[in-house]
Design a binder for this molecule. Structure first.
Ligand code: A2P
Length: 330
């Protein structure tokens, strides 16, 4: 094999999902960007490079427009011999709000699989805990478009059917508060395996992490670096003085301190970089640790949510305020 195409021998540690026993590499490669990053080719090349570097867990969503390039990159990685089969990877996608109606869940998953050119997902998540009126594309602040509370019973039952049919190995939720996770648990025959939410040193989610852990649900951290460069993110995490001091003293980058901290909290990590050096740097977090003193300093950082979801508020509800959307967890 040509040099540069050689697969790495490095392997990322794994979490075991409680309800399925499935193994999930702790670090996942995020493919969301906003605005959508360049052409599909950029995403495809980034994923190929990530596979070469040892990433084996990829996170996408029907909303992101990256299912197709991710699928193409995986097909190419197999033909280049970087991996033998798709089974070596852990692939997550998400149900968008427009499809969050019982009868639309299975067709939506089938569309995602078609985009990815795959027979099954490893994990299928409800992207947000709300539904958008049928037949309307996208989201908008415009009230006529919107939003009503999700019928958890029919949507979760359909998610369970997706797992029973073998179209996804596990199911879960995203952007769910403790209360909304509890609502799902109250009706679930198959409990959610994962709740993917914003987690970083400036929004540590201790209460939600403990609640999910107590119920066998793995918390998965999106925006672990604060999602700089997106409409929902900022530089506040990477520019945080406390983190900068710790990074400097340890000879690490702020990004590595954030990712190591998340790892030490026992959560899974979805980190996005389309830059080769930063992709490498983001994997270099497993053979060093933070001291008790450093953990305490991080613990003391004032907390506030970065990704607030204001676009999901509307005058007539169901979520009129952030308090309501997050059930007070803001
Ligand atoms: P890039 O793709 O140019 O590397 P998050 O994972 O919290 O959503 O953050 C993603 C953002 O952080 C992207 O803009 C990404 O830019 C940037 N990023 C990813 N890794 C690093 C890193 N190690 N150092 C600095 N910025 C990073």
């Amino acid at each position: 094999m040509e040099s540069g195409l050689e697969a790495t021998s490095f392997s990322i540690p794994e979490h075991v999902l409680r309800w399925s026993g499935q193994k999930m590499p702790i670090t996942g490669f995020g493919t969301a960007s906003d605005p959508v990053e360049g052409s599909e080719l950029v995403t495809k090349l980034a994923v190929l490079q990530a596979i070469k570097l040892g990433y084996r867990h990829f996170d996408t969503a029907s909303l992101y427009g990256t299912e197709q390039p991710l699928g193409e990159a995986i097909t190419e990685a197999i033909s280049l011999g970087l991996i033998k089969t798709r089974d070596e990877l852990f692939i997550t996608s998400k149900l968008w709000c427009i499809d969050a109606h019982g009868e639309l869940v299975l067709p939506a998953l089938r569309r995602s699989l078609e985009n990815l050119k795959m027979e099954y997902l490893d994990l299928y998540l409800i992207h947000w805990p709300l539904s958008v009126k049928k037949g309307i594309q996208g989201v908008s602040g415009d009230e006529e478009y919107f939003i009503f509370p999700m019928d958890f019973s029919s949507v979760w039952a359909a998610m369970e059917d997706c797992q029973r049919l073998g179209l996804t190995k596990s199911i879960g939720v995203s952007n769910f508060s403790c209360k909304k996770v509890a609502n799902i648990l109250a009706i679930a025959k198959i409990p959610p395996a994962v709740n993917q939410v914003e987690v970083n040193p400036l929004w540590q989610q201790n209460k939600l992490r403990e609640f999910c852990h107590a119920n066998g649900i793995l918390l998965s951290a999106y925006s672990p670096l604060g999602a700089i460069g997106t409409s929902w993110g900022s530089n506040r995490v990477l520019e945080c003085e406390v983190l900068k001091e710790i990074a400097e003293a340890k000879g690490k980058t702020v990004a590595q301190v954030c990712l190591r901290w998340a790892y030490e909290q026992g959560v899974s990590i979805i980190v996005k970089s389309f830059n080769g050096e930063r992709m490498k740097q983001n994997l270099d977090i497993f053979n060093w640790s933070l001291s008790e003193d450093e953990l305490k300093k991080i613990n003391d950082i004032p907390q506030s949510r970065g990704c607030r979801g204001e676009e999901f508020l509307s005058k007539n509800g169901p979520f009129k305020t952030l308090e309501e959307l997050w059930d007070g967890e803001i």
